[in-house]
Structure formats: structure tokens, C-alpha cells
Design a protein around this ligand. Structure first.
Ligand code: PRP
Length: 211
């Protein structure tokens, strides 16, 4: 598995505001989108393109367009939905599929409660969006789901990750083609399996009742 951890002052600055517990909900939402757009630049580095001929006002030249079928973007509900617009802004022709997953607070086991994806993902490039890679259980299950449908190339994009989460994902993925793009790699997990220092519960901060 290829791992890329962003090292850019603009991302670190936006992450610092995101981590701050006093940051209000609208700002939090906007920053998740902005960080996603910045991460998308790196995450799409190997997106498949096809050469095309184009006419400029001056001459005929060659350019590229996204290879069809276009990539499939899969936000993991709820929190991943907050990243979707930030991704689609850069790849507006991508198809979007949805996976709803929730982690049991006691057992930490993820359950899939919703799925709206193409039945056949053979030969498809997929991008999975979830702000948090904590124990790694949810993302590992999501990636496994895509491989079972035939995907052969998956890029997972998370705002924050932990060494434990990366290890779990690596174990599940084996030698399949997976790339992980992280905004930052945090220290680890606390007793409730929340990322430390983290940013709290991304789903609640995006869609819960503001405190
Ligand atoms: C959070 C987060 C990830 C998952 C990470 O979602 O958005 O999906 O937990 O944890 P893991 O790596 O230990 O599996 P949650 O289950 O809280 O659901 P939500 O997005 O609906 O808030």
C-alpha cells in the first residue's frame, strides 16, 4: 500500500483550525471541503487519462481527458459526505456512490447500513472519502467492499489517520493496489478509540447539534 502524508503549511494551518474545539460548525464544514480539495490534487495524481486531439484558436494539438468510465467517488456516510464537494470540485465528471457505515461505540466494529454503488466495478478507479482513519475498521471494510465488486485500484483519502489505522488497512489490503492519502498522521487512539490529538467526532461536528 502506498501512503502519502501531506506536508504543506496551508493544510497544516487549516487542520489547526479544524482541530480547535471552539471552531464553529460552518467553518468546520468549509475547512473539511477545502482540505479535501487540497488532498485531491495529490490523490488524483495517477488518475487515468486518454489522449485526445483538440483545436485551439491557433493550432491543432493533443491534450487529455479522463478515461471512461470516469472514477467512482465513494464518501462514507456520514462524515465522508462533508468531503464530497471538495472532491467533486476537482473531478466534476466523476460518478458518486454511497456507503453508509457506523462504528459500534462499544465493540468498535463497523456495520454497513446503506449501499448505493454500481454492481460491477471492474476496471474502475475508486476514491473513498472519510475524514477519520481511527482503528481502520471502517475504511478496511469499505475498501474490501469495493474489491468484492471488482475494483482494482482504490485511493482512500482521510483528513486524519493513526498508525494503528494504517496498520489495519495495510493488513487487509495485502498486495492489492491501494493508495492512502492523509492530511496528517496523528499519535494514536484514546480509550474510546478517538484519534489523539484528533479533532473530535467529525460526523457530529459536521452534522450534529452545535454545542
Ligand atoms: C467515524 C469516522 C469513520 C470511523 C472511523 O464514523 O467517520 O467512518 O468512525 O473509525 P474506525 O477507523 O475506528 O473504524 P462514525 O462511525 O462515528 O459514523 P458517522 O460518520 O456517521 O459519525
Amino acid at each position: 500500500m502506498q501512503i502519502f502524508v501531506a506536508d504543506h503549511p496551508l493544510i497544516t494551518h487549516k487542520l489547526s483550525v479544524l482541530r480547535n474545539k471552539h471552531t464553529p460548525q460552518p467553518t468546520f464544514k468549509q475547512l473539511i471541503e477545502e482540505i479535501m480539495t487540497l488532498l485531491a490534487y495529490e490523490a488524483t495524481r495517477d488518475v487515468r487519462v486518454t489522449e485526445i486531439t483538440i483545436e485551439t484558436p491557433v493550432a491543432t494539438t493533443t491534450g487529455v481527458e479522463l478515461t471512461r468510465p470516469t472514477p467512482l467517488v465513494v464518501p462514507i456516510l456520514r462524515a465522508g459526505l462533508g468531503m464530497l464537494e471538495g472532491m467533486i470540485r476537482l473531478v466534476p465528471t466523476a460518478e458518486v456512490g454511497f456507503l453508509g457505515m457506523v462504528r459500534d461505540e462499544e465493540t468498535l466494529e463497523p456495520t454497513t447500513y446503506a449501499e448505493r454503488l454500481p454492481k460491477d466495478l471492474s476496471g474502475r478507479q475508486c476514491f473513498v472519502l472519510d475524514p477519520m482513519l481511527a482503528t481502520g475498521g471502517s475504511l478496511a471494510a469499505a475498501v474490501e467492499f469495493l474489491f468484492e465488486r471488482g475494483a482494482d485500484d482504490v485511493t482512500a483519502i482521510c483528513v486524519l489517520g493513526t498508525p494503528q489505522g494504517v496498520e489495519t488497512l495495510e493488513r487487509v489490503v495485502g498486495d492489492r493496489r491501494v493508495r492512502l492519502v492523509l492530511g496528517a498522521l496523528d499519535e494514536g487512539l484514546n480509550e474510546q478509540a478517538f484519534i489523539v490529538p484528533g479533532l473530535g467526532d467529525a460526523g457530529d461536528r459536521l452534522y450534529g447539534t452545535p454545542h
